[in-house]
Design a protein around this ligand. Sequence first.
Ligand code: ZN
Length: 134
Amino acid sequence: MCELCEKIGGDLVWQSGLCRVVLVDDEDYPGFCRVILQRHVAEMSDLGLAEQMDMMRIVFAVEKAVRGVIFPDKINLASLGNVTPHLHWHVVPRFTSDRHFPNPIWGKALREESVPMSPGWQDLLKSQIRAVLG
Ligand SMILES: [Zn+2]
């Protein structure tokens, strides 16, 4: 059974009929969000053009909200789905001081400490994502 069909997959921030946006609970990567297609589809090219565009519009809106609240050095966008082949995009704020930088977050860790964040950033990010997505 598919994990993303059975579970929300994180802290639900926003959703439409097409996609949901969740905040991932990862203390090493504060502000890490996923945009998950609501139905079980494996690849972007399985969607029609309008849905492809709408999903990417949501990914870019989340990216913009994350940048406006977290101020990362870089954003990583990734759609892998090797473990869970249910279409989802990772929006990962990266800092040159984070545990894996410049490796992908799924690669080899290079440091121990995670990035310090100011208190209350979660609520700020959630409200910013809801504001950009309407
Ligand atoms: Zn699924």
